[in-house]
Design a protein around this ligand. Structure first.
Ligand code: SAH
Ligand code: SF4
Ligand code: F3S
Length: 466
């Protein structure tokens, strides 16, 4: 695809702005001041999309409510990554039938990764007649037009074209947080790991221009956002004319006191250039989320991950050498088709070698349409559960040890929130520790120096330095 074809044209965006005005008029007549309830499932890509959905709705005159019962428009932004995620959505959509009966004028919409799948949107069409609007991940920017069609009585709308994907710039957004900001730098994934549905529902990799990213970053900083996460399924393959490492350096040069985080890094594309940029940029987190998935080279090959146990471990060694304070986290899948107990043991030994700060662990979930779904699997779910718990216990011990090792150190933390129960504050270090400490609420959104006094499994505690 030509790069210019990836971007949604200004003309198309103007068409959508006109539709937005029409929706505003209709919705106003129909509901008074219309209210929307947006519920987001899944990862930060969906969170970022929901912020744009809310931005467009705000322009269409909608206010936001936390409860679907009070809403004139309900939208679920869904995730397809595991079966459990999909089941939750089906359960929640089922219960909306009562709302629709009580308030037939309520518009019910479903979007996101699940809806990008043909078999799911067909099932919604057939079995959930109370759903008015279904749209996939590539047409989010067309929300005004789609909503106009629904509100002007053109029937149920299903729009999930199977395309490689687009980039729509200048879509307004609503960010509820005064401290955290999500900044997509690229969309889609080309990796086709054999277990994963994401490349099928998010399209091909496409990168935003560096100027657009930096402009968004500056705006966030000007708005007081302190913790900015650059987002992409595989940020290391960012290609906006410059590399991801170069982009990080540019972000680091932007004036202001803020933290730059990023996810996710695919080990196959994690370059030394990136590690040097991380080490040298003082605003960039000293934390690397580097999903390994498995510690067995045979399983990694079957997963189509394009690295093996040895490559991964040497990458980790290099990263630790360049950044002594570096913390690593990872994603792990247990129970990939045909994975043996010995192979899970290899994953456990890798965990012990790397010593992750924490892990996101998943039991393999079969995804329709992926190559792994066709692979024979002879391990019972009871056995997979047992292996999974064994792995978790090992990680828990390591996490606790790492937390205890922090005692005596002093960290600069960004104070993110207060605990309602104890009146304590929580902050995050550049290397991804959550620190609990006592202090005044005025510190929220600011940086503070904390001396660490104790460590539990997932959290460290400390005292404000006077
Ligand atoms: N792009 C990111 C991850 C996106 S999905 C990456 O490559 O690291 C987040 C995590 O969900 C994956 O890292 C993987 O551990 C897990 N996952 C994806 N598909 C899965 C499946 N079918 N079953 C279980 N876990 C899965
Ligand atoms: Fe899925 Fe692999 Fe792409 Fe990550 S890199 S989104 S796991 S296909
Ligand atoms: Fe789920 Fe889609 Fe993210 S499948 S994990 S919401 S990209």
């Amino acid at each position: 695809m030509q790069k210019k074809d990836i971007f949604v044209s200004d003309e198309e965006l103007n068409v959508q702005r006109d539709f937005a005005q029409k929706v505003k008029e209709i919705a106003n007549k129909k509901y008074g001041r219309p209210k929307a309830n947006i519920r987001t499932f899944g990862c930060q890509q969906n969170v970022a999309d929901s912020q744009r959905i809310m931005g467009m709705l705000k322009d269409m005159g909608y206010d936001f409510v936390d409860n679907s019962d009070d809403a004139d428009l309900v939208i679920f932004n869904t995730c397809a990554v595991r079966e459990h995620a999909e089941d939750r959505v089906f359960g929640n959509v089922g219960t909306l039938v009562h709302l629709k009966r009580r308030k037939p004028n309520t518009v019910i919409g479903l979007c996101g990764c699940m809806m990008q799948q043909e078999h799911i949107s067909k099932r919604i069409k057939r079995s959930f007649p109370h759903v008015d609007l279904v749209f996939g991940t590539h047409v989010v920017h067309k929300l005004p037009e789609m909503l106009f069609k629904v509100l002007s009585g053109q029937g149920r709308i299903f729009e999930n074209p199977d395309i490689d994907g687009v980039i729509a710039e200048k879509i307004p957004q609503v960010n509820d947080s005064k401290i955290n900001g999500w900044l997509p730098i690229m969309y889609g994934c080309n990796n086709f790991c054999t277990y994963c549905i994401v490349p099928y529902v998010r399209g091909r990799e496409r990168s935003r221009n560096p100027e657009d990213i930096i402009a968004d970053l500056k705006e966030m900083v000007a708005n007081g956002i302190k913790n900015i996460t650059l987002l992409g399924q595989n940020v290391n393959s960012y290609d906006g004319g410059i590399t991801f490492a170069e982009l990080l350096r540019k972000c680091n040069e932007v004036d202001g006191d803020f933290v730059i985080r990023f996810m996710t890094s695919h080990p196959k594309d994690c370059s030394e250039e990136l590690l040097y940029a991380m080490a040298e940029c003082q605003k960039v987190e000293k934390h690397l989320h580097l999903p390994v998935q498995s510690g067995s080279s045979r399983v990694l090959k079957a997963m189509n991950r394009h690295y093996n146990r040895e490559n991964y471990l040497s990458l980790v060694d290099k990263a630790k050498e360049l950044m002594p304070d570096l913390m690593l986290t990872s994603d792990i899948i247990v129970g990939f088709p045909s994975e043996t107990y010995e192979e899970v043991k290899e994953t456990i030994s890798l965990i012990e070698k790397v010593r992750y700060q924490s892990l996101f662990t998943f039991i393999y979930s079969k995804r329709k349409g992926t190559p792994a779904a066709e692979m024979p699997d002879d391990v019972s779910s009871t056995e997979k559960g047992k292996r999974f718990r064994e792995l978790l216990a090992v990680q828990e011990k390591i996490s606790e040890e790492i937390c205890k090792e922090q005692v005596g150190k002093t960290y600069r933390v960004l104070v993110e929130e207060t605990s309602r129960i104890k009146g304590n504050l929580y902050g995050r270090t550049l290397n991804n520790f959550i620190v609990e400490f006592e202090g005044s609420e005025d510190l929220v959104g600011k940086f503070a120096e904390i001396k660490i006094t104790s460590g539990d499994t997932w959290i460290i505690k400390g005292k404000l330095k006077g």
